[in-house]
Ligand binder design. Structure first.
Ligand code: SAM
Ligand code: SF4
Length: 342
């Protein structure tokens, strides 16, 4: 069904600013087995399970997006691999890779459960994954993640490599925390053939006693520091995500920078985000959202979901306006990243 003004041709969703929506990120659970200091407070209240879409419903929403032109799906969270039965969803979505409707199915994970799932992910058609890792120091790892275990993550990464997954490491740049490790991180990733992306900390959700202003470290400074030791050449490599990549001559690897705070990348935004309750966020940094669950469950109208998707995207805002300054160390967006999906 092509019901509304936002859609200009079959199988495509185009927003009011002419951007084609081809990338869906899905937070399959808001729960996590870690409590990273920049992401969550130690005492989190999670959604009641009854509010969360079933795996069958998630398949249905994702598959509708695929019919409407989405070419890439990333499952994230919370920690996606802690959701019971999650491999079933990967298997289901894998059918769209086989029939050519989807270019990529991927996942962002903390790797705590990767040793268990790496082979299954590959069987389902996953080729590349993002693993979040902010430090190579086991004690610091414990301080950052509060509940994580460094060795388990290392075993997960090893299993991922053995299974044939291409791995990109996501590292949130945290002033006074991992600023002494960035060169080591580049060398470590280079040696293992992992790409590396640095991320600026974003003001999302209450994180208890921590303050983000203390954690915030602009990536322009990270890049300047890296250039003191490594030869960085700008690269036109892209993953359909917001990172800008540089080639590192010495390691042969790539380093990317996601800079929502210092550089607004919204003009090329091709993505929307679905929460595990079926709420669609058109922008990570805005409050505007649309409920897809009601349409999904509207058994009388089989086209209601498609209509709701197009309607929602016809309201996609031009961009976000995250802000971080001394007067405003408050949260810009009250949702945690784990709700909308990083
Ligand atoms: N649990 C998985 C993981 O950590 O990879 C997936 C979900 S996590 C929310 C996705 C990404 O968001 C991670 O790379 C994490 O470092 C990042 N993230 C979480 N909170 C953030 C914040 N406030 N600012 C910037 N990045 C954040
Ligand atoms: Fe969990 Fe990922 Fe958030 Fe860390 S960043 S608490 S691993 S959801």
């Amino acid at each position: 069904m092509k019901t509304n003004t936002a859609s200009s041709q079959p199988g495509s969703i185009i927003d009011p600013f002419g951007r084609t929506i081809s990338y869906l990120r899905v937070s399959v659970t808001d729960r996590c087995d870690f409590r990273c200091v920049y992401c969550m407070s130690e005492n989190m209240t999670f959604l009641p399970k009854s509010d969360v879409l079933s795996l069958e419903e998630l398949d249905q929403v994702c598959s509708t997006f695929v019919e409407e032109g989405v070419r890439k799906i990333r499952l994230t969270g919370g920690e996606p691999l802690v959701r019971r039965g999650i491999i079933w969803l990967f298997e289901r979505l894998g059918r769209h890779l086989k029939n050519g409707m989807l270019d990529e199915l991927t996942v962002t994970t903390n790797a705590s459960q990767l040793a268990k799932h790496a082979n299954d992910l590959v069987t389902c058609g996953v080729q590349r994954i993002n693993v979040s890792l902010d430090t190579l120091n086991p004690d610091k790892f414990k301080r950052i993640t509060r509940w994580g275990d460094f060795e388990t993550v290392m075993l997960g990464l090893e299993a991922g490599v053995r299974a044939g997954l291409k791995i990109k490491i996501n590292c949130v740049a945290l002033k006074g925390v991992n600023d002494d490790e960035i060169h080591n991180m580049v060398a470590w990733c280079g040696k293992r053939g992992f790409d590396l992306t640095f991320i600026e900390v974003m003001p999302m959700g209450d994180i208890g006693n921590e303050t983000r202003l203390n954690q915030y470290w602009p990536l322009s400074m990270v890049r300047a520091e890296l250039k003191r030791r490594w030869t960085l050449e700008e690269s036109d490599f892209t993953t359909a995500g917001p990172a800008r990549y540089w080639h590192i001559s010495e390691t042969g690897g790539r380093v990317g920078f996601i800079t929502p705070m210092t550089h607004n990348f919204c003009e090329s935004c091709n993505r929307v985000r679905l929460t595990c309750t079926g709420t669609l966020f058109m922008c990570l940094g805005q409050h505007d959202c649309a409920d897809l669950r009601t349409s999904l469950r509207d058994s009388k109208n089989p086209n209601a979901l498609k209509h709701a998707i197009h309607q929602a995207i016809s309201h996609k805002p031009k961009g976000h306006d995250f802000a971080m300054d001394r007067r405003q160390d408050a949260v810009s967006v009250d949702r945690h990243m784990s709700v909308t999906g990083g």
